[in-house]
Write a protein that binds this ligand. Structure first.
Ligand code: TXA
Ligand code: MG
Length: 324
């Protein structure tokens, strides 16, 4: 499903823009990123401006392979190297002690840096052709839903971002798993497609318990990933009643569930997001964008199982449901 290549001229254009200190949007296997030359503070500042993101919220540095890691991070632990070796290229971000040379615009003024090697072929092509690190948050306006298709990036930024590399859909659809490797034991800061169990299979000490020794992860705000339409989580058994309550008073309801219904009418818009957590995650942000555009009074999302495979999806839905 992911497009494996962009043309040579598109790639050269993107590299030239990065070298000139411009911002370029590109696909990764998780979500689309809004990238700039990580070693150029003025370029990185443009990302914050475009997103409307507070400058204290650090960015992830994307690199082409693990051999570039020492340029960004120092005091690498065995755990960090083992996690990187096991999961890169892939949807894992490591928070590490920053190399003193790393500019503090990228790190939001912290003494740590977040780094990952993405696996999307277009991201890797871009990183290899560029040669350096690309600082990139998700390519959405601050607090909004992350983009998983090239159209989403256009919706977010329009002509403000000139180069958007097309990598078709993002296979994973949720932001990377973030693990801090700076404390005494590695800590899971943000759940993602790589689960705690998978991390622990490589480094048994990894814990999901985040305590005061964990680095600040600004941007992990309670309300995040939010559509404009209010989003509510509803237990499966309460879904029918919740829909009736709204439609009886003339409201339109958008529903994201794990099953289909025959009860669709002009007041009920329904998407079956799948019972398969991988497929559900892949389409989650796209589905929310569709439902958000319909002018419904509310988006009702069927609450999902609390098992490990749904952890990352539940994390994003909980944040999306947090009122402003
Ligand atoms: O999958 C992803 O991670 C995507 C793609 C584009 O790679 N990027 C992404 O970036 O989700 P962003 O900026 O939306 O989220 C990055 C998160 C922030 O919530 C921030 O708190 C955390 O990474 N982070 C970055 N640098 C950090 C640091 N030095 N210490 C702790 N947390 C950090
Ligand atoms: Mg984001």
């Amino acid at each position: 499903m992911t497009q494996s290549q962009v043309s040579y001229s598109q790639l050269q254009q993107a590299v030239a823009a990065l070298r000139a200190g411009e911002v370029v949007a590109f696909p990764t296997e998780t979500v689309y990123g809004l990238g700039a030359d990580a070693s150029n503070p003025e370029a990185v500042k443009k990302i914050y401006q475009l997103k409307g993101r507070p400058s204290s919220h650090p960015l992830i540095v994307h690199i082409g392979d693990i051999t570039q890691l020492p340029q960004w991070a120092s005091e690498l632990s065995l755990a960090a190297v083992n996690l990187a070796s096991a999961f890169w290229p892939g949807p894992l971000t490591l928070v590490l002690k920053r190399d003193p040379a790393v500019n503090t615009v990228v790190t939001g003024g912290q003494d740590t840096v977040a780094v990952r090697v993405p696996s999307h072929p277009v991201a890797l092509q871009l990183l290899k052709a560029f040669g350096g690190g690309i600082a990139a948050p998700s390519a959405n306006r601050f607090g909004h839903v992350s983009p998983t298709r090239v159209e989403h990036v256009r919706e977010e930024f329009g002509a403000d971002v000139g180069i958007v590399l097309d990598g078709a859909g993002c296979e994973i659809g949720l932001e990377s798993t973030i693990v801090s490797c700076v404390g005494p034991v590695p800590q899971l800061l943000r759940p993602g497609a790589i689960t705690l169990a998978q991390l622990q299979a490589v480094v048994p000490q990894v814990t999901a318990a985040v305590d005061a020794t964990a680095p600040r992860a600004p941007g992990m705000l309670e309300r995040h990933y939010s559509p404009r339409t209010p989003l509510k989580l509803v237990a499966t058994s309460d879904l029918q009643a919740a829909i009736r309550q709204m439609t009886q008073v003339g409201e339109t309801v958008a529903v994201l569930a794990t099953f289909s219904t025959t009860e669709i009418n002009e007041q009920v818009i329904w998407i079956n997001g799948s019972t398969n957590s991988t497929l559900y995650a892949r389409n989650l942000y796209g589905n929310i964008r569709v439902l958000d555009k319909l002018g419904a009074s509310v988006i009702l999302v069927e609450a999902l199982p609390s098992s490990d495979e749904w952890l990352a999806v539940n994390d994003r839905l909980r944040r999306a449901a947090t009122p402003a």
